[in-house]
Design a protein around this ligand. Structure first.
Ligand SMILES: [Zn+2]
Length: 226
Protein backbone atom coordinates (compact mmCIF):
# COMPACT_ATOMS: atom_id res chain seq x y z
CA UNK A 1 0.00 0.00 0.00
CA UNK A 2 1.58 3.27 -1.00
CA UNK A 3 -0.39 5.41 1.45
CA UNK A 4 -1.31 3.80 4.77
CA UNK A 5 -2.00 4.99 8.29
CA UNK A 6 -1.77 2.97 11.51
CA UNK A 7 -3.27 4.52 14.65
CA UNK A 8 -0.95 3.38 17.45
CA UNK A 9 -2.74 5.37 20.12
CA UNK A 10 -5.59 7.86 20.40
CA UNK A 11 -6.20 8.10 24.14
CA UNK A 12 -5.94 11.12 26.44
CA UNK A 13 -3.40 11.88 29.13
CA UNK A 14 -4.59 9.50 31.87
CA UNK A 15 -4.02 5.76 31.48
CA UNK A 16 -6.90 3.81 30.00
CA UNK A 17 -6.88 0.03 29.89
CA UNK A 18 -6.18 -1.29 26.41
CA UNK A 19 -5.62 2.14 24.92
CA UNK A 20 -2.52 4.21 24.33
CA UNK A 21 -1.93 7.96 24.12
CA UNK A 22 -1.45 9.69 20.76
CA UNK A 23 0.82 8.20 18.17
CA UNK A 24 0.37 7.38 14.51
CA UNK A 25 2.49 5.72 11.87
CA UNK A 26 2.11 6.90 8.29
CA UNK A 27 3.73 5.43 5.19
CA UNK A 28 3.67 7.24 1.89
CA UNK A 29 5.38 5.62 -1.11
CA UNK A 30 7.89 3.76 1.05
CA UNK A 31 8.61 6.72 3.30
CA UNK A 32 7.98 6.08 6.97
CA UNK A 33 6.78 8.76 9.37
CA UNK A 34 5.89 8.70 13.05
CA UNK A 35 3.46 11.36 14.25
CA UNK A 36 3.51 12.04 17.99
CA UNK A 37 4.92 9.42 20.31
CA UNK A 38 2.91 8.96 23.50
CA UNK A 39 3.81 6.49 26.24
CA UNK A 40 3.74 2.89 25.06
CA UNK A 41 4.22 3.74 21.39
CA UNK A 42 7.09 1.24 21.26
CA UNK A 43 4.79 -1.58 22.39
CA UNK A 44 2.34 -0.65 19.66
CA UNK A 45 5.07 -0.43 17.04
CA UNK A 46 6.05 -3.98 17.97
CA UNK A 47 2.45 -5.19 18.03
CA UNK A 48 1.90 -3.96 14.47
CA UNK A 49 5.33 -5.24 13.33
CA UNK A 50 6.35 -1.81 12.10
CA UNK A 51 9.91 -1.54 10.77
CA UNK A 52 11.15 1.05 13.26
CA UNK A 53 14.56 1.30 11.60
CA UNK A 54 12.84 2.69 8.50
CA UNK A 55 11.32 5.63 10.38
CA UNK A 56 13.50 8.59 9.45
CA UNK A 57 11.21 11.45 10.46
CA UNK A 58 9.24 11.98 13.63
CA UNK A 59 6.75 14.84 13.96
CA UNK A 60 5.73 16.01 17.45
CA UNK A 61 2.68 18.28 17.62
CA UNK A 62 3.26 19.83 21.06
CA UNK A 63 4.89 19.28 24.40
CA UNK A 64 2.06 17.87 26.50
CA UNK A 65 3.37 14.53 27.77
CA UNK A 66 0.66 12.40 26.18
CA UNK A 67 2.11 13.36 22.81
CA UNK A 68 5.80 12.71 23.37
CA UNK A 69 6.54 10.78 26.60
CA UNK A 70 7.21 7.62 24.61
CA UNK A 71 9.86 9.32 22.54
CA UNK A 72 12.89 9.06 24.84
CA UNK A 73 12.48 5.31 25.20
CA UNK A 74 12.17 4.93 21.45
CA UNK A 75 15.30 7.02 20.86
CA UNK A 76 17.26 4.83 23.30
CA UNK A 77 15.92 1.64 21.68
CA UNK A 78 17.06 2.86 18.28
CA UNK A 79 20.51 3.34 19.82
CA UNK A 80 20.49 -0.16 21.34
CA UNK A 81 19.51 -1.52 17.91
CA UNK A 82 22.62 0.24 16.54
CA UNK A 83 20.81 2.61 14.27
CA UNK A 84 23.17 4.60 12.04
CA UNK A 85 20.87 6.69 9.83
CA UNK A 86 20.18 10.26 10.89
CA UNK A 87 16.81 10.77 12.54
CA UNK A 88 14.92 13.99 11.72
CA UNK A 89 12.89 15.27 14.61
CA UNK A 90 10.35 17.98 13.79
CA UNK A 91 9.01 19.56 16.96
CA UNK A 92 8.22 22.84 18.70
CA UNK A 93 11.13 24.54 20.42
CA UNK A 94 11.96 22.94 23.75
CA UNK A 95 11.95 19.27 22.80
CA UNK A 96 15.62 19.58 21.91
CA UNK A 97 16.43 20.75 25.46
CA UNK A 98 14.34 17.96 27.01
CA UNK A 99 16.10 15.27 24.99
CA UNK A 100 19.60 16.67 25.30
CA UNK A 101 19.20 16.97 29.08
CA UNK A 102 18.26 13.30 29.38
CA UNK A 103 21.19 12.29 27.20
CA UNK A 104 23.50 14.45 29.28
CA UNK A 105 22.50 13.00 32.66
CA UNK A 106 22.50 9.42 31.42
CA UNK A 107 25.95 10.07 29.94
CA UNK A 108 24.66 8.69 26.65
CA UNK A 109 26.04 9.19 23.17
CA UNK A 110 23.65 7.81 20.61
CA UNK A 111 24.84 5.59 17.75
CA UNK A 112 23.10 7.95 15.30
CA UNK A 113 22.52 11.68 14.90
CA UNK A 114 19.28 13.42 15.79
CA UNK A 115 18.67 16.35 13.48
CA UNK A 116 16.32 18.73 15.23
CA UNK A 117 14.04 20.78 13.01
CA UNK A 118 12.32 23.10 15.45
CA UNK A 119 9.31 25.06 14.21
CA UNK A 120 7.06 27.84 15.39
CA UNK A 121 3.61 26.19 15.72
CA UNK A 122 1.86 29.51 15.13
CA UNK A 123 3.01 29.86 11.52
CA UNK A 124 2.13 27.40 8.75
CA UNK A 125 5.52 26.13 7.62
CA UNK A 126 6.69 23.52 5.15
CA UNK A 127 8.76 21.12 7.23
CA UNK A 128 9.80 18.68 4.56
CA UNK A 129 9.42 18.21 0.84
CA UNK A 130 10.78 15.81 -1.74
CA UNK A 131 9.68 14.55 -5.15
CA UNK A 132 6.81 12.50 -3.70
CA UNK A 133 5.44 14.29 -0.67
CA UNK A 134 5.31 17.56 1.26
CA UNK A 135 4.61 18.08 4.95
CA UNK A 136 3.42 21.38 6.36
CA UNK A 137 2.29 22.47 9.81
CA UNK A 138 -1.30 23.38 10.66
CA UNK A 139 -1.46 25.98 13.47
CA UNK A 140 -3.84 24.77 16.21
CA UNK A 141 -5.44 26.49 19.21
CA UNK A 142 -4.36 24.81 22.44
CA UNK A 143 -3.00 25.67 25.89
CA UNK A 144 0.52 25.14 24.60
CA UNK A 145 1.94 26.07 21.19
CA UNK A 146 0.62 23.23 19.05
CA UNK A 147 0.60 22.29 15.38
CA UNK A 148 -0.99 19.59 13.30
CA UNK A 149 0.63 18.22 10.19
CA UNK A 150 -0.59 18.10 6.62
CA UNK A 151 0.96 15.35 4.53
CA UNK A 152 0.31 15.73 0.86
CA UNK A 153 1.32 13.46 -1.99
CA UNK A 154 2.42 15.24 -5.13
CA UNK A 155 0.91 14.39 -8.47
CA UNK A 156 2.10 10.99 -9.61
CA UNK A 157 3.49 10.32 -13.11
CA UNK A 158 1.10 9.67 -15.98
CA UNK A 159 0.94 5.99 -16.86
CA UNK A 160 2.19 5.00 -20.30
CA UNK A 161 -0.43 3.10 -22.29
CA UNK A 162 1.84 0.27 -23.45
CA UNK A 163 -0.49 -0.92 -26.18
CA UNK A 164 -0.30 2.45 -27.88
CA UNK A 165 3.42 3.19 -27.65
CA UNK A 166 5.29 3.33 -30.96
CA UNK A 167 8.70 1.77 -31.80
CA UNK A 168 9.92 5.21 -32.89
CA UNK A 169 9.56 6.63 -29.38
CA UNK A 170 12.79 7.32 -27.54
CA UNK A 171 13.36 7.13 -23.80
CA UNK A 172 13.32 10.89 -23.46
CA UNK A 173 9.95 10.99 -25.23
CA UNK A 174 8.55 8.48 -22.74
CA UNK A 175 9.96 10.49 -19.84
CA UNK A 176 8.22 13.61 -21.17
CA UNK A 177 4.92 11.80 -21.64
CA UNK A 178 5.07 10.62 -18.02
CA UNK A 179 5.22 14.24 -16.87
CA UNK A 180 1.99 14.95 -18.74
CA UNK A 181 3.66 16.98 -21.50
CA UNK A 182 3.21 16.65 -25.26
CA UNK A 183 6.33 15.84 -27.29
CA UNK A 184 7.58 18.16 -30.05
CA UNK A 185 10.45 17.77 -32.50
CA UNK A 186 13.28 20.30 -32.85
CA UNK A 187 11.31 22.44 -35.30
CA UNK A 188 8.40 22.67 -32.89
CA UNK A 189 6.16 20.21 -34.71
CA UNK A 190 3.94 18.08 -32.50
CA UNK A 191 5.18 14.49 -32.50
CA UNK A 192 3.11 12.84 -29.79
CA UNK A 193 -0.02 14.21 -28.16
CA UNK A 194 0.12 13.15 -24.52
CA UNK A 195 -3.49 12.07 -24.25
CA UNK A 196 -3.01 9.59 -27.13
CA UNK A 197 -0.36 7.58 -25.29
CA UNK A 198 -1.02 7.87 -21.57
CA UNK A 199 -3.53 6.98 -18.91
CA UNK A 200 -4.25 9.34 -15.99
CA UNK A 201 -1.93 9.18 -12.95
CA UNK A 202 -2.96 7.19 -9.90
CA UNK A 203 -4.78 9.46 -7.44
CA UNK A 204 -2.74 11.46 -4.93
CA UNK A 205 -3.81 11.48 -1.30
CA UNK A 206 -3.35 13.83 1.61
CA UNK A 207 -3.73 13.40 5.35
CA UNK A 208 -4.23 16.08 7.99
CA UNK A 209 -3.32 15.22 11.57
CA UNK A 210 -4.91 17.75 13.91
CA UNK A 211 -4.12 16.77 17.48
CA UNK A 212 -5.35 18.95 20.36
CA UNK A 213 -7.24 22.05 19.33
CA UNK A 214 -10.19 24.27 19.98
CA UNK A 215 -12.34 25.13 16.99
CA UNK A 216 -10.11 27.05 14.60
CA UNK A 217 -11.76 28.50 11.55
CA UNK A 218 -8.44 29.41 9.96
CA UNK A 219 -7.73 25.73 9.52
CA UNK A 220 -10.51 25.39 6.96
CA UNK A 221 -8.82 27.45 4.27
CA UNK A 222 -5.58 25.58 4.67
CA UNK A 223 -7.24 22.18 4.46
CA UNK A 224 -9.84 22.74 1.77
CA UNK A 225 -7.17 23.47 -0.83
CA UNK A 226 -6.64 19.74 -0.89
ZN1 LIG B 1 -2.34 18.80 24.61
Amino acid sequence: MSFALTILGSSGALPAFGRFPSSQYLTIQNQHFLIDCGEGAQMQLMKYKIPVHKINRIFISHLHGDHYLGLMGLLFSMHLQKRVNDLYLHAPKGLDEIILLQLKYSKSTLSYTIRFHLFDPEQPTTLFENEAVSVETIPLLHKLPCAGFLFREKQKPFKLDKEKLLPSMKLQHLALLKTGADVYDESGKLLYQNSDFTLPPAPSYSYAYCSDTAWNEKMIDQLKKY
